[in-house]
Design a protein around this ligand. Sequence first.
Ligand code: SF4
Length: 424
Amino acid sequence: MTLIDQAKQGIITEEMKIVAAEEGTTPEFVCRGIAQGRIVIPVSPYRKARPIGIGKGLRTKVNASVGTSSDIADIDLEVTKTKVAEAAGADSIMELSTAGDFYEIRKKVIDATTLSVGSVPLYQAFIEAARRSGSIVDMREDDLFKVTEEQARLGTNFMAIHTGINWTTLDRLKAQGRHAGLCSRGGALMSAWMAHNERENPLFSEFEYLLEILKRHEVTLSMGNGMRAGAVHDSTDRAQIQELIINAELSDKAHEFGVQTIVEGPGHIPIDEIQTNVVLQKRLSGEKPFYMLGPLVTDIAPGYDNIVAAIGAALSSSYGADFICYVTPAEHLALPYPEDVHQGVLSARIAAHIGDMIKLGKRDADLKMAHARNDLNWAEQFKLAIDPQTAAQIRKERMPSDADTCTMCGEFCAYKIVKEYFEL
Ligand code: SF4
């Protein structure tokens, strides 16, 4: 029996207990959320990962994506990035390689982490087609399902699958046009295949078959946002909303079938459309967990897109997004290196916490930090910091003459002055 089947029967599992303890809630709350489709715990019968709950009433989770590219296909680098992401506090890893030996890379990444691992199976199906015959448009429909099954057997916990791109979606995209096309690799690959072969997307037309595979291997379905905008000027357009409507409808089918489901969202969107996107996803999908990819709220800050995405992610989390994907400073410029991964995870974790302060009212740590600062208790400040090492390192490198204060104001430390002359 799958986790969702157990939840529907009110059976409390070990994973539900672990998630409830981590979140400070009850196993019954988690169980009910899974039964209703509002919470998922991506599990796998092939591998024990640290269980995380994603969804309503739970802490916003952070995903870090790793994976090779055709220019940099170094397995050891991806394994290092995976370890760096976990050490920096990521909640899950997505292994998104598009070059090298897919099986070997995924196996090594999975073996290198205790976190849940996600994938995008269609990358492999399309790239293997290109290797076989020279073009991605020669992808064979069965390969999509074969690869999905292969990756599931490796212990993949969740998969981003582009179910919502069909001819209605594509017609809307073409009728409206865009400034910057598609930024989703999966969306671009599937749309190109459909247009070239004049065929329907098999992940849409054979959705029931896909569900059978996912249920058999207990994979959580993350419904891909292939139409997400890659530019703020293309945000929240008809193609994106069309895909969302289809995914929302299919997410109900998946839930009824017994497959845990997440619905993905954009992308590049200006700050004043974030709330609309969260509300739309939640209303249309019946409050399925929302995986927000970014969102990036401006297009003109390459080199700092971790900050751009953190601003968007903080807002989207505050409005109810459940799962955010990190963005590194290398976004739009190059394949990330380990230091970029570290920066990306920390930026996303800060954003998730800022969102949770509003969404869940989680402000205890901020209150404790206020008291630690007021007391000039540096050890406590480091303990409470999201990145204690960096905070401690900066202070250590610039120690003040008065060990209580810091070199910012030195002897004119505001906290010290207040304590010396009046009580608050
Ligand atoms: S010296 Fe200034 S910046 Fe440093 S702890 Fe005191 S008030 Fe804060």
